[in-house]
Ligand binder design. Structure first.
Ligand SMILES: [Zn+2]
Length: 119
């Protein structure tokens, strides 16, 4: 796994479309080629999403639905597998979108409900 140490940021930059589709110069990791997210929409560490799952677990328990540790582990495993814990390159909005998609594969919860925990 590449840690994208910023000392490996390329001097060269690539012209790439930013989130609003305007071409911008992006630095990228010269070790693995991951493009750095330079927008203000910064990704959050995996712990943030673990906390969200904790809150969701508590609320659902009050309603008689129990989220198991295994469910949480599966969700976070898939989160990692999709590369979403890579805050170097991933934006928060992408994390949220994918996270909601993953959670809803394992837990019966609406997007609206989940969103309320995330923002
Ligand atoms: Zn890298």
């Amino acid at each position: 796994m590449c840690l994208h140490d910023s000392t490996h940021d390329s001097r060269l930059r690539d012209w790439l479309p930013s989130s609003n589709n305007i071409l911008k110069l992006h630095p990228y990791c010269s070790k693995c080629g991951s493009v750095k997210n330079v927008s203000s929409d910064k990704g959050k560490k995996a712990g943030y999403f673990v906390n969200v799952l904790g809150m969701l677990k508590k609320d659902l328990e009050k309603r008689g639905y129990k989220i198991s540790k295994i469910q949480i582990r599966l969700i976070m495993h898939e989160f990692e597998k999709r590369g979403l814990n890579d805050t170097y390159s991933v934006s928060f909005s992408l994390q949220v979108k994918e996270f909601m998609n993953i959670v809803r594969k394992f837990v019966p919860v609406s997007e609206e409900k989940l969103k309320a925990y995330l923002y």
